[in-house]
Design a protein around this ligand. Structure first.
Ligand SMILES: NC(=O)c1ccc[n+]([C@@H]2O[C@H](COP(=O)([O-])OP(=O)(O)OC[C@H]3O[C@@H](n4cnc5c(N)ncnc54)[C@H](OP(=O)(O)O)[C@@H]3O)[C@@H](O)[C@H]2O)c1
Length: 252
């Protein structure tokens, strides 16, 4: 029970890595506020956590809207008394194109969701996190650490999240707040299922696999283990890091 009594918001908690974080954090004793747009997904994850003996509350929201971010934080504080952990996991992955071929509306959607969404949630959560001396874990990407062919806008959004992580870490360390990032490489989820299926069809799946030195893609649990460590007291002296969880991609 490494998170006993902690109150955690997980954006993107209705699917994939966010769902896996929510379920694991609940099993470690945290009360989870699940945030995302699809209410039926959030309710289903919340019901699963309750059935396993945990506690969760679904709050439909859009990270692109500052008012929604404030409402999620208010729900955590009003219903559970405090906020200890913010997991920024909501994100989108556009079709792969070089920057010059990226339509402006795609640029805007990716930046508003992956970067501005993190800003809104952090800003809304900071007063409560200052009170609890809490922490933030941003789910960035290895694409924010190195150039990935055809993945410019996504990589730019995640690189900015990594810099947001470092900036917040140094600005709020004196208030007792830690801010860290997890940078996964490929983990099969709804985010990339179509892309991976298309690669299987086109015969380029193995080339992507080979870019991972450990020879396999990750599992949601790999990202969860890193997020749990960073959010827990075991990481009490760690802030401002962008931890690759990537089968060796960042090192290659
Ligand atoms: N899977 C990978 O290989 C991989 C690698 C590196 C980094 N990541 C990052 O990991 C995070 C989770 O991705 P995933 O792989 O678990 O994919 P996923 O299952 O598609 O999860 C993305 C989540 O973000 C939520 N979301 C998207 N736009 C939102 C918005 N405007 N407001 C609120 N919630 C929003 C989605 O819920 P709704 O649609 O219901 O809103 C969904 O639950 C993302 O930030 C992604 O960039 C993933």
């Amino acid at each position: 029970m490494r998170l006993e009594g902690r109150i955690a918001i997980v954006t993107g908690g209705g699917s994939g890595i966010g769902q896996a974080i929510a379920e694991r954090f609940a099993s470690e004793g945290a009360v989870i506020v699940l945030a995302g747009r699809r209410v039926e997904r959030l309710e289903s994850v919340s019901a699963g956590i309750a059935a396993a003996g945990g506690r969760a509350r679904a709050v439909p929201m859009d990270v692109r809207l500052a008012a929604d971010a404030r409402r999620v934080v208010e729900t955590a504080v009003n219903e559970f008394g405090r906020l200890d952990i913010l997991i920024n996991c909501a994100g989108i992955l556009p079709l792969r194109v070089p920057l010059g071929d990226c339509p402006e509306e795609v640029w805007t959607a990716v930046i508003e969701t992956n970067l501005t969404g993190v800003y809104h949630c952090c800003k809304a959560a900071l007063p409560a996190l200052c009170e609890s001396r809490g922490n933030v874990v941003n789910i960035a990407s290895v694409a924010g650490l190195k150039g990935v062919p055809g993945n410019a806008v996504y990589g730019i959004s995640k690189a900015a999240v990594i810099q947001l992580t470092r900036s917040m870490a140094v600005d709020y360390a004196s208030r007792g707040i830690r801010v860290n990032a997890v940078c996964p490489a490929v983990i099969e989820t709804d985010l990339n299922r179509d892309m991976l299926a298309e690669r299987r069809t086109r015969g380029t799946y193995d080339a992507l696999l080979k870019r991972h030195p450990l020879g396999c893609f990750g599992e949601p649990a790999d990202a969860v283990n890193a997020a749990l460590f960073l959010a827990s007291d075991e990481a009490r002296w760690i802030t401002g890091v962008a931890l690759p969880v990537d089968g060796g991609v960042a090192a290659s």
